[in-house]
Design a protein around this ligand. Structure first.
Ligand SMILES: O=c1ccn([C@@H]2O[C@H](COP(=O)(O)OP(=O)(O)O[C@H]3O[C@H](CO)[C@@H](O)[C@H](O)[C@H]3O)[C@@H](O)[C@H]2O)c(=O)[nH]1
Ligand SMILES: O=C(O)[C@H](O)COP(=O)(O)O
Length: 313
């Protein structure tokens, strides 16, 4: 693991956008933002990427995950193409969750390289996209690049604890990887939503339906392509909207489920997580849906039913 860390970690990304445009050598790049009710932040994320459109980035797509707020309108006004889940893959009934939209995004984009960015990021550094593409475009054998960063825990608009964010990462994901895939212990941010990969890799892997998608892709890349196919790059600081402890319980269940499914451990398929909430002096059970299924590799889907994807017309 130490050897891999030394070889595949970029701590001071130094590529200029011009260097990377030259390194594309005919390859195209799609940037994809999954978004569920992100009207407050999606415009800022699109604005940070948009100046790269037409040079380093060939398409910038927001895949709307069933938003009921003004996410789509804000994203469009900021300069992104907006696609709904249904439009991305017509004829395949929609399931909820983040992994579902990342998977569907493959059907409606065409880039040889795909960059995913969360749409709830705040004060996004425009260097995120070039830095994530650097190892993919310049290093032999790299197929997946994860970002890492300081993660302040924010209260309101203040950074309350400098590296207090990433609670599921530190309490669930990294310990689970240490137990089940110790080779991946060198990945600083296994759950980060900012990463880039070759389309060829992404279309060959299953996608966990919910928040297990990132850890699933990481494990499957290791299992099928080996550790050398994975790299990571320092992106500085990442700020996002925090979720409540209970919401993170559901995230944790989906992350853990994705690890266990890939480790030969039978997992309860009911898709329920019970949490307890204090109401009027009593503790009441509250059931939450947990995504427990994987979508098949996109390449398999298209091969099996001869489907032409909307992005390939
Ligand atoms: O059903 C969903 C849920 C989320 N999102 C979007 O996905 C991104 C990340 O979702 P969020 O709820 O902010 O995730 P976090 O609670 O911050 O979870 C972290 O950990 C997750 C588990 O690995 C990762 O998927 C996330 O990218 C990472 O930010 C945001 O743009 C959301 O709008 C969807 O598009 N559809
Ligand atoms: O990636 C994570 O660990 C979860 O998104 C939680 O992040 P937070 O602790 O910064 O809210």
């Amino acid at each position: 693991m130490e050897d891999w860390f030394a070889r595949r970690t970029w701590s001071e990304p130094a590529w200029s956008v011009e260097d990377l445009v030259a390194a594309k050598a005919g390859r195209s790049v799609s940037v994809v933002l999954p978004a569920l009710n992100e009207e407050a932040t999606v415009g800022g994320v699109v604005a940070a990427v948009r100046p790269l459109l037409g040079s380093l980035v060939d398409e910038l797509v927001v895949v709307d995950s069933g938003s009921t707020d003004a996410t789509a309108a804000v994203a469009r006004a900021a300069g992104a193409r907006v696609v709904t889940r249904e439009e991305a893959l017509p004829g395949v009934p929609v399931r909820g969750g983040k992994g579902e939209v990342l998977w569907r995004a493959l059907a409606v984009t065409t880039g040889d390289l795909v960059v995913y960015l969360d749409a709830d990021l705040v004060d996004l550094d425009p260097a995120f996209v070039p830095s994530l593409l650097g190892p993919l475009l310049t290093a032999q054998g790299v197929e997946l690049v994860k970002g890492f960063y300081h993660r302040p825990l924010r209260i309101g608009d203040h950074d309350a604890v400098r590296d207090g964010g990433g609670r599921v990462t530190e309490l669930v994901a990294r310990p689970a990887l240490a137990a089940m895939r110790p080779e991946l212990s060198g990945i600083v941010q296994p759950l980060g939503g900012e990463y880039a990969a070759t389309r060829e890799l992404l279309e060959a892997l299953p996608f966990a339906g919910g928040y297990g998608v990132e850890i699933g892709l990481l494990i499957d890349t290791l299992d099928r392509r080996g550790l050398e196919a994975i790299a990571q790059v320092d992106l500085g600081v990442r700020k996002h909207r925090h979720r409540s402890l209970r919401e993170l319980g559901v995230t944790s269940a989906e992350v853990l489920g994705a690890v266990l499914r890939r480790s030969g451990v039978p997992v309860d398929g009911s898709g329920r997580l019970t949490q307890f909430v204090p109401v009027g002096g009593h503790w009441l059970p509250e059931d939450h849906d947990v995504a427990v299924h994987d979508r098949p590799p996109m390449a398999e889907l298209t091969r099996l039913d001869g489907r032409t994807l909307p992005g390939r017309r």
